[in-house]
Design a protein around this ligand. Structure first.
Ligand code: ADP
Length: 283
């Protein structure tokens, strides 16, 4: 299989409003791909289409070799999904949650027990196996969701805003788990509006705004394209940005200014590129 996920000219319309517009995108096996965009950009809708929860209004989507509209059962077998709203059952124990999911996927008993143990150990929840989920912290619940999504040995993992609302330390721990899974060969598609998450985790990034893909590439590619050096200039209560191909070029420009008040130079980052492209901040 030359691609893990392929979208061709995908549209999604809700109540005559286009929420995803002509989205074409290929994600390769073994990638961690980040779909980045502000709230309401269409990220969750895209994930919902890829995971067969809603059908595209138009266009083709193939996931792990299966068409999402014609072969949804094939897709479901090959994917693990962690959505923001799919919560774990808080009145069951950690183990019971895993057991329930394993039975839903008809995993035979012996293998089910092995896999539950394996994934609870991987996300460091083995010692909490008998605890009710309602006694777990937010980060632990998210780890349980990830363990559960991996139980049926999917090829592709979808994570919708995996670390939203978590403290920085917990977020970092989840990043390590996600990175580790990828190193074991898992293809991962995640949505986020956290820059650092993308910078730390993602091989490639798609920036989505108002339902359209407006930029695609690796972070170095995007920085090279838009400029690696940035001059910030305070203008009243806002900052004006000027991109330069390299940081030294930005520094040279600054050094040549007679009045350097309110000016500073630094390497550009993804947020700068996003603001440049959309005129808006991510949050
Ligand atoms: P994101 O995940 O990037 O925040 P979403 O995909 O959740 O964006 O939403 C994109 C747009 O689609 C929003 O304007 C949202 O209100 C709208 N939308 C999402 N789901 C539905 C639905 N089931 N019915 C109608 N509109 C929806």
């Amino acid at each position: 299989m030359s691609f893990a996920i392929c979208l061709q000219n995908v549209h999604k319309v809700y109540n005559n409003i286009s929420v995803v517009t002509d989205l074409s995108l290929t994600i390769h096996p073994g990638e961690i791909f980040g779909l980045l965009g502000p709230n309401g950009a269409g990220k969750s809708t895209t994930i919902r289409m890829l995971t067969t929860l809603t059908q595209p209004t138009q266009g083709d989507i193939v996931v792990a070799g299966y068409d999402v509209v014609r072969q949804p059962a094939g897709v479901k077998k090959q994917i693990g999904v962690v959505l923001q709203q799919t919560s774990v059952d808080t009145d069951l124990t950690v183990w019971e949650n895993m057991e329930f999911h394993g039975r839903m996927h008809h995993i035979p008993r012996h293998r089910r027990q092995q896999e539950i143990k394996r994934w609870l150990e991987y996300v460091e929840l083995a010692d909490r196996r008998s605890d009710l989920v309602k006694t777990l912290s937010g980060g632990m619940k998210r780890r349980l969701q990830i363990a559960r999504a991996l139980l049926h040995q999917p090829q592709i993992l979808f994570l919708d805003e995996p670390t939203v609302g978590l403290d920085p330390q917990t977020r970092r721990r989840l990043w390590e788990i996600i990175k580790g899974l990828n190193q074991q060969g898992m293809t991962i598609l995640l949505t986020t509006h956290y820059m650092e998450e993308v910078e730390y985790l993602c091989n490639r990034i798609g920036i989505i705004d108002s339902g359209s893909l407006i930029e695609l590439g690796t972070l170095p590619e995007l920085r090279q394209k838009h400029g690696e050096g940035l001059l910030m200039k305070q203008n009243g209560d806002r900052w004006d940005y000027m991109f330069f191909p390299t940081l030294p070029e930005a520094e040279t420009y600054l050094s040549q200014q007679n009045n350097k008040t309110g000016m500073m130079v630094r390497p550009s980052n993804l947020e700068d590129i996003f603001v440049e492209l959309t005129g808006r901040n991510l949050d």
